[in-house]
Design a binder for this molecule. Structure first.
Ligand SMILES: Cc1cc2nc3c(=O)[nH]c(=O)nc-3n(C[C@H](O)[C@H](O)[C@H](O)COP(=O)(O)OP(=O)(O)OC[C@H]3O[C@@H](n4cnc5c(N)ncnc54)[C@H](O)[C@@H]3O)c2cc1C
Length: 421
């Protein structure tokens, strides 16, 4: 203020303002139209991207958000019902070939969908949709035979099948190359037995017998595992080096020998079912292998670029919503005779978080643009995921504090996102 007093006119006004331009207006203004980030942003924000988002938003508002609290309470959302609605509208195959029922658009449209899915008022449903559209199907789309795509991809894009991705095991999570089938456990094993199991004790195998593989082992943390019609399974198909002995295959989930153990009770994302799955002499035709035998790890690593970017995109919208709802709440909540928002320290923090969010958005869209041009973006995708992981914790923690006691209740979105992001 002292500085501002020494400079007359516009400059003084600019200096006197805690925040310049649009950001200050967004923080000050009320209600609609003031949402942070509603300005045109980048190449991934063309009229066509916006139309796609708008159409998806209508489905979210009508078919998903009104039921989210109920599904969170019940511990499962009806994946077949929700996916059918999304599939019919084309949202499960935005970047998939039209030949298989997709829209044939580039990956930036997938990211637009992922950003919009962040408007679902929980974490489990966007994650399950992400598994269906962006994690269980990319390898099949790129490397699968026409027959496999007809059998698994078409109904998955249409929303007739629910898909799951079987990578993680009790002893293999971060370290994917260590994925081995788990012969030492049975489907009676409890979660503690699983977690006590040492990496060298476990192995998931698909052993070739004639024109079939015989699968034994276990998968853990499988999103949509209880409801899935098929799994994109990563299993060891030979004894070779860990990066070259794995294959991806399409595994129908109704085969004899597949046991879906009890759902895992979780801290958050409660409406998404997360299952432990055991395989006992499960026989699957060799033609169900995706692409070349032994290339499963490589295919999976390729897919991880998309998975990381997808996760960042969804988290961006979730964070944006939290900041926006915090602005609205603190504007109307009066403490010591004035709205909480009118304290400059609150302004500072929210502005800083909003700025970080926009920086992350820039990194995301830079990575997406490079990816669409055909570049390997493993580095940028990993950086973006790292930053998103850190920032989600900062945003939810900081914002939750501004809600006072209300932030500690289950009534508000900020507490739900605090537990999942
Ligand atoms: C809700 C939910 C849904 C999931 N859905 C699926 C799914 O659909 N399909 C699927 O295959 N998997 C799924 N997963 C599994 C998820 O991918 C794994 O949890 C993740 O890969 C981490 O593996 P982990 O749990 O075994 O952790 P661990 O590998 O045991 O890691 C434990 C900790 O060690 C840290 N760590 C690892 N390496 C290092 C290192 N070198 N230095 C320092 N620290 C390190 C990790 O960051 C982590 O904090 C899901 C998990 C959850 C919670």
């Amino acid at each position: 203020m002292a500085l501002a007093r020494r400079f007359p006119g516009a400059l003084a006004m600019a200096l006197a303002r805690p925040f310049p331009g649009a950001l200050a207006m967004a923080l000050r203004a009320g209600g609609r139209g003031a949402r942070l980030g509603s300005e045109p942003r980048d190449a991934g924000d063309s009229p066509r991207h916006r139309d796609l988002r708008e159409a998806l938003r209508k489905i979210i508002d009508k078919e998903i958000n009104p039921f989210v609290d109920k599904w969170e309470e019940e511990g499962q959302f009806p994946a077949h019902k929700v996916f059918k609605i999304l599939g019919q509208a084309g949202f499960l195959g935005v970047d998939k070939p039209t030949e298989y029922g997709g829209m044939g658009l580039d990956f930036s449209y997938n990211i637009a969908v992922a950003e919009e899915l962040g408007n679902i008022r929980c974490g489990g449903i966007p994650m399950a949709i992400g598994v269906q559209a962006g994690m269980a199907t990319p390898a099949l789309t790129r490397f699968g035979s026409h027959e496999l795509k007809k059998q698994f991809l078409i109904p998955t894009i249409a929303g007739d099948f629910v898909a799951c991705l079987g990578i993680s095991e009790p002893g293999a999570g971060s370290d994917v190359a260590n994925t081995k089938a788990c012969v030492c456990l049975s489907h009676d094993s409890g979660i503690n037995d699983l977690l006590r199991t040492k990496v060298h004790d476990i192995k998931t195998t698909a052993v070739r017998k004639g024109d079939e593989y015989v699968i034994n082992g276990a998968k853990m943390w499988i999103t949509s595992g209880s409801q899935a019609d098929w799994m994109c399974l990563l299993a060891n198909t030979s004894e070779g080096p860990p990066h070259r002995n794995k294959s991806l295959m399409c595994l129908p989930m109704n085969l004899p020998g597949i046991h879906v153990a009890k759902k895992i009770d979780k801290l958050g994302m409660r409406s998404s079912d997360t299952a432990q799955i055991f395989f006992e002499d499960v026989r699957v035709p060799c033609k169900n292998v995706i692409g070349e035998e032994g290339k499963g790890f490589t295919y999976q690593m390729l897919q991880f670029q998309e998975e990381r970017l997808w996760g960042v995109a969804t988290a961006l919208t979730q964070m944006e919503t939290i900041i926006q709802e915090t602005i609205e709440y603190t504007r109307q909540r009066k403490v010591f005779g004035q709205p909480v928002l009118h304290n400059q320290s609150v302004h500072f923090r929210l502005a800083e978080l909003a700025t970080e969010l926009e920086l992350l958005r820039s990194l995301l869209h830079r990575a997406v643009a490079l990816y669409v041009e055909g570049n390997d973006v493993t580095k940028f995708a990993s950086m973006a995921k790292l930053k998103a992981g850190r920032l989600t914790r900062e945003v939810t923690d900081s914002c939750l504090q501004f809600w006072g006691g209300m932030g500690f209740t289950s009534e508000v979105l900020v507490s739900r996102f605090y537990s999942i992001l």
